[in-house]
Ligand binder design. Sequence first.
Ligand SMILES: [Fe+2]
Length: 130
Amino acid sequence: MAWTEDLSVGNETLDQHHKRLFALLAEMDLAGAEAGGFDRVIQIFSQLTDYVAYHFAEEEAMMEKSGFPFVDLHRHSHQTIAMRIADMAAGLDGLNFQRVAGDLRIFLSGWLIHHIEIEDFEYRPYIGKS
Ligand SMILES: [Fe+2]
């Protein structure tokens, strides 16, 4: 589970964002594997929430600027994922954090790959390398 070249959306900035998301998931994996990792899991959830919000906002702004016609649809998909992460974070406690960290990793890595390959690839011809 890592970013690979075939996930490139053709834009260096957005590729860097996607790499950072995968890196945070890898950190979540490590923290979730530790019996004493609760504080770390909370911390990574918080970093992930902030970074996802930042990345989605940047990506949406770039889509808008580029004239990509399906920004609203794409934004809706982003909102759904942000809500799902918030729900998972809200349900975290000292007993379930290892399971929740694992669930998040499985769910978000699957979603990320699917989202990048299907939805993000749609804006490739619009956004370009800028
Ligand atoms: Fe996206």
